[in-house]
Design a protein around this ligand. Structure first.
Ligand code: FES
Length: 61
């Protein structure tokens, strides 16, 4: 499934970028060697970043 249609960035690529340390959508774009265009995907990326952070916090408890 694509998260970013403009750049063809798939969900698994976003997850890989987040697991590699991306904390903001711009860092996901950089990890994918691209840049935001329409930025419609930014909210979804932020949500995935937040979910990842919460999962880590939950796992640490
Ligand atoms: S959908 Fe990602 S920049 Fe347009």
């Amino acid at each position: 499934m694509y998260v970013c249609n403009c750049n063809g960035i798939r969900e698994r690529e976003v997850r890989a970028a987040i697991e590699a340390g991306a904390k903001r959508p711009v860092e996901v774009f950089i990890a994918c060697e691209t840049r935001a265009q329409c930025a419609r995907c930014v909210c979804d990326m932020r949500q995935m970043i937040d979910d990842h952070g919460e999962a880590l916090r939950y796992a640490a408890e």
